[in-house]
Design a protein around this ligand. Structure first.
Ligand code: SF4
Ligand code: SF4
Length: 217
């Protein structure tokens, strides 16, 4: 899933300064799961904004709340048609994909992000999210026992380990386990240690075109 973090309220207030009527729009999928952009967070942000602008020149602002199932899917944005006519701007709590789909859909209304999109990942412990996939387009998890070296090795090396790990921790980020030691241990468990000797060729970044496009028929 896509993981995001809340933007500082001061940054949001600067972006909202020119607008009088603002729709605070949540997204009911990834950002709801990571507790930054669902219905509850829309309500909390609304309250925080009200408190922040009390006794200021901005106190006349009007806020509206709504949450759609997914902002990255145009079919769920249709429900906003009536609401969007009442507002000067939309403050979106969706990931960067959701904000862009929203801005395309309502191209005559400014769409402002209220969160920072950080990575695709998962949570193994309550409240802690870790990056797990960079969408590299050439998945090699089969060769690395289901552990991604592109995201989990600090150097992103495809033929590890680099040799710098100490006590199982990465030399470049001591808070993280060495991805290549994890790969080694998992391969050992799977009786596939021979894969450690297999050379993984470098990616040809020259072939990588941005933005990427996938056509599924
Ligand atoms: S190798 Fe890693 S970054 Fe690439 S697609 Fe697979 S999980 Fe994602
Ligand atoms: S210590 Fe492990 S995770 Fe860190 S850079 Fe070296 S191989 Fe990658």
């Amino acid at each position: 899933m896509i993981v995001a973090t809340k933007k500082p309220i001061e940054e949001i207030l600067v972006a909202l300064a020119p607008y009088e009527s603002v729709l605070i729009l949540g997204c009911g999928t990834c950002v709801t799961v990571c507790n930054v952009g669902g219905e509850r967070e829309v309500s909390l942000l609304h309250s925080a904004l009200r408190v922040a602008i009390a006794n200021s020149l901005m106190q006349q602002k009007r806020f509206h709340e709504y949450t759609v199932k997914r902002q990255c899917d145009r079919e769920f944005l249709e429900a906003l048609k009536g609401k969007s006519e009442e507002v000067d701007a939309i403050l979106s709590l969706a990931c960067g994909v959701g904000v862009q789909v929203l801005a395309d859909y309502f191209s005559d209304i400014p769409c402002i992000p209220a969160v920072n999109t950080v990575f695709m990942g998962s949570s193994s412990t309550f409240g802690i999210w870790d990056e797990r996939c960079a969408g590299c387009g050439e998945c090699r998890l089969y060769e690395t026992a289901g552990i991604c070296p592109v995201t989990r090795c600090n150097k992103g090396i495809l033929n590890g380990p680099c040799g710098g790990a100490k006590n199982g921790r990465c030399e470049a980020n001591k808070e993280m386990d060495c991805a290549w030691l994890l790969i080694y241990e998992r391969l050992l468990k799977l009786d596939q240690l021979d894969r450690m000797r297999k050379y993984s060729p470098p990616r040809n970044y020259g072939n990588l075109k941005r933005p990427k496009r996938v056509i599924i028929t």
